[in-house]
Write a protein that binds this ligand. Structure first.
Ligand SMILES: [Zn+2]
Length: 368
């Protein structure tokens, strides 16, 4: 018996009335009907499979793990435990985002409900997802989907480079306009490469471009930038040169070009915004006000664009089901997420046995 299985059932909900209140707010008979009606929709193969995608130095190992992505061995209670953790970490700052009362408040609430109810039938577990960028639960699924989707394309590139394009940081009021201008300038740049390549003066542009925004808590500024995987050194260098001619105040040393490998793919697809800021001075912090500004600036924007490469949709399915090989078989069992795990609504038994680490528990105390 594994440790997790041993843990199952150990910690049961002490206060059943708390649980009932929570349950009623998150779940209703209508939802239940939806689940029943939609449960046979197309299965998503990438659910809960990102755990194995941490950057590694050994490329072969990473490749192997990527190859394992879609195999059944990863559809275990362990992957649900990782999801329990993602939800716990997301909740550490989610309530603070909701409290900001911003224009995204309704969407932040959707994340509260993300995967909060699991429906089990035999060995299949179904739940709904919010598809929001601030949701770590959804980001894990999205990253796995993008890596799996783009991996065959990436393997077709004979000489891929990883390019980072930056500009000087901006303040909150300038963020939206700055992003608009960056997207426009990049489009002009790629159109120009397209023209030159049609004239036979350059290689065809094969690239994936991602927009990312980070926050600098030292001087309260925002850092929108592009990461690009592009085929061919000449095209990579041309993009940098043109970028520097458009943004004459951009520093040349901040426009990085390096050979791309499988880790570049992980770097490209892992997130759009770092939720947790780490600095020597302040240690770990989560700046919810800054995150809100970033997520508003990125709202309804596609953060990925491809050139000469098939596009993979960055959205994840709202409803997803997956079989788990090492769970006990039940029929029509409902689990509700409370605190840090899902609990069987009839027996109170916990599902995964996930216990937050000290670091994870401390996160909510580091919100600025
Ligand atoms: Zn979500």
């Amino acid at each position: 018996m594994t440790k997790i299985q041993q843990n199952r059932g150990k910690s049961k909900l002490k206060n059943h009335s708390d649980f009932t209140v929570n349950f009623n707010t998150n779940f209703s008979p209508e939802n239940s009907t939806n689940f029943t009606l939609k449960k046979d929709l197309k299965k998503a193969p990438y659910l809960d499979t990102l755990a194995q995608l941490q950057p590694q130095n050994d490329n072969n190992l990473v490749y192997k793990r990527l190859q394992n992505e879609q195999t059944a061995e990863l559809s275990t209670i362990k992957s649900l435990e990782k999801r329990a953790k993602s939800k716990y970490v997301t909740n550490a700052y989610l309530y603070k985002l909701i409290d900001l009362d911003s224009s995204l408040k309704k969407s932040y609430w959707n994340t509260f409900h993300c995967s909060s109810v699991l429906i089990q039938n035999q060995k299949k577990i179904t739940s709904t997802f919010c598809n929001n960028r601030w949701c770590i639960t959804c980001n894990r699924i999205r990253t796995a989907k993008l890596i799996n989707g783009y991996k065959p394309e990436f393997e077709q590139l004979d000489n891929p480079y990883f390019v980072t394009l930056t500009i000087p940081n901006v303040n909150d009021v300038d963020l939206v306009n700055t992003i608009d201008a960056m997207l426009l300038n990049f489009r002009k740049l790629t159109n120009y490469i397209g023209k030159r390549s049609r004239l036979g003066k350059m290689d065809k542009l094969l690239a994936i471009r991602k927009l990312e925004v980070t926050y600098n808590d030292v001087n309260d500024s925002y850092h929108p930038h592009f990461h690009i995987i592009v085929n061919g050194k000449e095209n990579a260098e041309y993009i940098r040169k043109q970028w520097l001619s458009i943004y004459t105040d951009a520093r040349i040393w901040a426009q990085d070009i390096r050979k791309a490998d499988i880790n570049s793919m992980i770097e490209l697809f892992k997130y759009t915004t770092k939720i947790i800021t780490k600095s020597k001075k302040q240690g770990i912090s989560i700046h919810v006000h800054a995150l809100d500004i970033i997520f508003i600036a990125l709202r309804k924007r596609r953060t990925f664009q491809t050139y000469g490469i098939r596009m993979v949709n960055e959205d994840i399915d709202e409803l997803q089901s997956q079989e788990y090989e090492d769970i006990e078989e039940y029929d029509s069992v409902i689990y509700e997420y409370v605190g840090h795990d899902w609990y069987n609504t009839e027996t109170g038994e916990e599902l995964t046995g996930y216990v937050p680490s000290e670091f994870e528990q401390e996160l909510k105390n580091n919100i600025k």
